[in-house]
Design a protein around this ligand. Structure first.
Ligand SMILES: C[S@@+](CC[C@H](N)C(=O)[O-])C[C@H]1O[C@@H](n2cnc3c(N)ncnc32)[C@H](O)[C@@H]1O
Length: 184
């Protein structure tokens, strides 16, 4: 099965099983960031069943890019492997099973140009802090669900203020928005 069919099937599964995959608006937003900036090496924290990974990989394919995605639930990780295989994207997706807080420090420094943080909301600040040495010169970091779950992400808001990290909050759809951190 190819990308479009896989995403349609996963969307149906999402609606029936309440899987917290990104919305269509969010997928388009992330894809446009990749295409506008010609990003080619993406790190994702929180694969779930691979829906967002497939959305990002489908855009990265056009730039000969690739994505590394981390997930600590073995069930979700295995579902993502199967779904990415169905979408014929396994060659450009590296799926890592494990605790992102342990895995991120083992990834090479200065290697990613785009980081999408969509793991446990309370650990968003830790994911950001650990990801910062891993990004290249021109980069963007996106943190998902920062409006609806702001109460779980107070340490993130404090961290960006205290460290004077240039950021903006963007409402993506009626559901929620993202924090965009960009190098100036
Ligand atoms: C909101 S879901 C991700 C949805 C996915 N990005 C999508 O849109 O299709 C969050 C996922 O992050 C995983 N997760 C949360 N904290 C994590 C951690 N510390 N390390 C690895 N995975 C984590 C959860 O198991 C869950 O599957």
């Amino acid at each position: 099965m190819k990308i479009k069919e896989t995403l349609i099937n996963l969307r149906k599964f999402w609606i029936e099983n309440d899987v917290p995959n990104i919305t269509d608006e969010n997928a388009k937003f992330l894809q446009s960031l990749i295409s506008q900036n010609n990003f080619s090496n993406v790190l994702e924290i929180g694969t779930a069943n691979g829906y967002s990974t497939i959305c990002l990989a489908s855009e990265l394919q056009k730039n000969s890019g690739r994505i590394t995605s981390i997930e600590f639930s073995i069930l979700s990780h295995n579902q993502a492997i199967a779904n990415i295989k169905e979408a014929w994207l396994e060659e450009i997706c590296t799926l890592i099973h494990g605790q992102a807080l342990d895995i991120i420090p083992t990834l090479p420094d200065n290697s990613f140009d785009f980081v999408f943080i969509d793991g446990m909301k309370r650990r968003s600040k830790d994911f950001l802090e650990l990801s910062r040495p891993k990004i290249k010169k021109n980069w963007i970091i996106i943190i998902d669900d920062v409006i609806k779950f702001k109460h779980k992400m107070l340490s993130l808001y404090e961290y960006v203020e205290e460290n004077k990290i240039n950021h903006e909050i963007i409402q993506i759809d009626s559901d929620d928005g993202v924090m965009k951190i960009i190098k100036v």
